[in-house]
Ligand binder design. Structure first.
Ligand code: SAJ
Length: 420
């Protein structure tokens, strides 16, 4: 079988299938990634080198960037990125390219499954490309299904195997083939009526989360004006054992899931029904205002200390989009850094999970990499906690910071430590 895309979704799936006896080609267009994998080095914290090496040695798994290695696949899973373009509309470029590559090697009787998060209609579009390139007929000559990925990097409880998996075929035979493929890979399969339902369910899962986060983000300035801690309000509401799902404010909603999936959902609604989802678009806007709110709070605090934002030395802690991650995609830290340098602040940033070479967002351009050590913390006019990595020494930081704005509600408050 083949898995196209060897990232945080495709690689765990490929190795799991190999461990269950499939002979798997892990295909990636990134030659460097394919070579690294072939050499036994895992690019993922969730996949050990030992596990990879064992499957390479047993020939259960093979990494490749050569499309010819896809020849003769019986099952192929497409797990490539589905970002938004500069126009904030879905960009299916990776999906279409992977599909065209795969189609050349499509043979009768094969099963193709799309796992990438996408808008309703994409799986059928994949089917049309497969037909166009191969000359085969979807349904009649090959099976086609959709099964959205639910990989949560770093989650040791809800692993690939443990997380219920939605599966929908474009017809009954395709559903059957896909269910047969996944049944040994995951503990619980959830057959779904059709591919559009499965595509939409995945978008709804993540958009629900983004909208709920937007609600607590929107309530944050109100709590501040009221003179109450939004963190106390959230914690108190969170004690309700039914009908309430606690979410926490933050400096913004990053990652390649929530902000992107919300845009896919609203865009799709606009395309199909002529009307985007106003609530979802507003939630995205609210989440996108949080970096400016963080900077406004910082400016208030510095002004109170007789320090103007222009020229102020600000140390950012955590550039990743969330704690204990090294992923900076859509990270609100980039927006905060850009706003601060735009206002003339001198910005330092410490993030042990994000090496300098990954700070490529243009808004990081004006900042200086730093360590969260006592001297650096003490030298800053203000410290801002954006991603609350476990790796930070919070006792040292709070002891040495002249002012700290905690955007994650993690630290005890004092006259030098404030929270959103
Ligand atoms: N965030 C908040 N407040 C919250 C929760 C998250 O501000 O209460 C922020 C995070 O800091 C981050 C962004 O939202 O910037 C997204 O955080 P996330 O915890 O949702 O993490 P993701 O983006 O990795 O989301 C993934 C999703 N999983 C899949 O799509 C398979 C999401 O459905 C999961 O709920 C989430 O992981 C998870 O629970 O870890």
């Amino acid at each position: 079988m083949a898995v196209l895309g060897q990232g945080y979704v495709g690689l765990p799936l490929a190795l799991r299938a190999a461990e269950l006896g499939h002979r798997v080609v892990g295909y990636d267009v990134d030659e460097e990634r394919a070579r690294t994998l072939a050499a036994g080095t895992s690019p993922l914290e969730d996949v050990s080198d030992d596990r990879l090496a064992a499957l390479l040695a047993s020939n259960g798994y093979r990494a490749s960037y050569q499309a010819g290695d896809l020849e003769g696949f019986d099952v192929a899973v497409i797990a490539v990125p589905t970002p938004v373009g500069a126009d904030r509309a879905p960009d299916l470029g990776y999906v279409e390219a992977a599909t065209r590559t795969l189609a050349v090697h499509l043979r009768p009787g094969a099963l193709v499954v799309l796992e990438s998060t996408t808008y309703p209609g994409t799986t059928r579009k994949v089917g049309r490309i497969l037909e166009e390139v191969s000359g085969l007929a979807v349904g009649r000559d090959f099976h086609l299904a959709y099964s959205p990925e639910r990989i949560d990097p770093g989650n040791r409880v809800w692993t690939l195997e443990a997380t219920p998996k939605l599966v929908a075929g474009i017809d009954a035979a395709s559903s059957g083939a896909a269910l047969a493929f996944y049944q040994d890979l995951v503990a619980e399969l959830v057959p779904v009526a059709d591919v559009e339902t499965a595509e939409l369910a995945k978008l709804l899962e993540n958009t629900t989360r983004a909208v709920n986060i937007a609600l607590v983000n929107e309530v944050t300035p109100f709590c501040r004006a009221l003179g109450v801690s939004v963190w106390d309000v959230v914690a108190a509401a969170g004690t309700k054992p039914y009908g309430h799902l606690a979410h926490r404010p933050g400096p913004g909603v990053g990652g390649h899931c929530l902000p992107v999936d919300s845009l896919y959902l609203s865009w799709a609604a606009g395309q199909v029904s002529g009307r985007r989802l106003a609530l979802v678009d507003l939630a995205c806007q609210v989440n996108e205002t949080m970096p400016a709110y963080v900077v406004a709070r910082l400016e208030q605090a510095l002004t109170k200390r007789g320090i103007g934002l222009a020229g102020a030395k600000v140390l950012l802690l955590g550039l990743a989009y969330k704690a204990d991650s090294g992923d900076v995609r859509e990270s609100p830290a980039a927006a905060v850094a850009g706003l601060l340098t735009g206002r003339g602040a001198q910005v330092w940033a410490a993030d042990p999970h994000v090496p300098d070479e990954r700070r490529t967002d243009h808004r990081f351009a004006g900042h200086r990499p730093a360590a969260a050590d006592a001297r650096t913390v003490a030298a800053a006019d203000a410290v801002v906690l954006l991603a609350d990595h476990a790796a930070f020494d919070y006792e040292l930081i709070t002891r040495n910071a002249s002012y700290l704005l905690d955007c994650r509600g993690r630290l005890p408050l004092s006259e030098r430590v404030e929270a959103l």
